[in-house]
Design a protein around this ligand. Structure first.
Ligand SMILES: [Zn+2]
Length: 325
């Protein structure tokens, strides 16, 4: 595949005939971890894990698409028949598992790093919860009524509610998945403090302790720098502690965006101007603040609007989840 540059020039001029052009838009895929599922402990939740074989076969079957680098984005517009991969969070397997595959297909990618994970000041609560759930046949979860209400408000759907007993069965992979969906909800919607409290409460209810973060789950700074020097890789920011930007206060959004930018620029020695919202979650205010902190483009996961219209806001560029691609 060839890296296409200067694709982003004809911006925001939608005409009716253009909407009928087949696939006139770039495909920007969002991934997280790339790891062999067969090597994961039994009961691991695969929500954010793609198998290297899946990545291989996707890139093989899309070899006709041109690879483009987000570093080349100047304006958001069409880049027909082109493809770019993005990886959120900064998992170490992006270097060890994904990069060799990207090299094989000459496929550019952007890695959006959560700087607090690399600084080892925090880690994703979801992966801690996943570790806590391995090997259980049931789990007791604290009931938090506002989570259901907030979930309904955010998704527009009535989420499954935790039974009054607070006990979720996990005897089959299906039950495990349902239990995971319900148990992780407060981690998705809560503040940093409430997420920490929730995991501690959950550990107490299940007579266990909150496990320490896996030491090599995330890249260290030397590895981020090595990736940054690689011609196929662009490094972007993904906040400092990974909160939802649609629920965070303006002050928190500013601190999160600014801290991640400053830490990356200190460590890499050059400007970093691409951002992806944790969970893809953003709001009018979040987009304004992220722009004001100096980011040129920001990426989400949700589709907003139709066709080219989706690309009209450089602070909310849609991506497709790799699992839905
Ligand atoms: Zn993330």
């Amino acid at each position: 595949m060839t890296i296409v540059s200067s694709l982003f020039t004809d911006f925001g001029k939608t005409r009716p005939w253009q909407r009928k052009t087949p696939s006139p838009f770039p495909i920007v895929l969002a991934l997280h971890r790339v790891a062999q599922r067969s090597e994961m402990p039994e009961g691991t939740v695969f929500a954010a894990i793609s198998d290297p074989l899946e990545l291989h076969s996707y890139l093989k079957s899309h070899e006709s698409l041109l690879g483009f680098s987000l570093a080349e984005i100047s304006e958001v517009t069409k880049a027909s028949n082109s493809l770019c991969l993005t990886f959120d969070d900064g998992y170490r397997d992006n270097l060890t598992q994904a990069l060799p595959i990207l090299e094989q297909y000459d496929m550019p990618a952007t890695i959006f790093v959560t700087t607090g994970f690399v600084d080892r000041v925090t880690s994703p609560f979801e992966s801690t919860l996943s570790t806590m759930m391995v090997g259980l046949t049931e789990i007791r979860v604290p009931t938090i009524p506002w989570v259901t209400t907030l979930g309904r408000f955010i998704t527009g759907r009535q989420p499954m509610s935790v039974p009054p007993s607070g006990i979720l069965p996990m005897r089959s992979p299906e039950e495990h998945q349902i239990a995971w969906n319900m148990a992780q909800r407060p981690l998705k919607y809560g503040s940093l403090e409430s997420r920490t409290d929730y995991l501690e409460k959950l550990a107490e209810l299940n007579n266990m302790s909150v496990p320490p973060p896996e030491p090599d789950l995330f890249l260290n700074w030397e590895e981020v720098r090595r990736l940054d020097r690689h011609p196929l890789i662009t490094i972007g920011a993904h906040s400092h502690t990974h909160p939802r930007f649609d629920l965070a206060s303006p002050g928190q959004i500013y601190t999160e965006a600014k801290t991640s930018k400053i830490r990356l620029e200190e460590e890499l020695g050059h400007p970093v101007d691409l951002f992806s919202y944790p969970y893809g979650a953003n709001s009018y205010l979040a987009r304004k603040i992220v722009k004001a902190t100096g980011f040129r483009c920001a990426f989400t996961t949700s589709q907003t609007g139709q066709g080219r219209q989706q690309y009209s806001n450089p602070m909310a560029i849609p991506r497709i989840d790799f699992r839905d691609a």
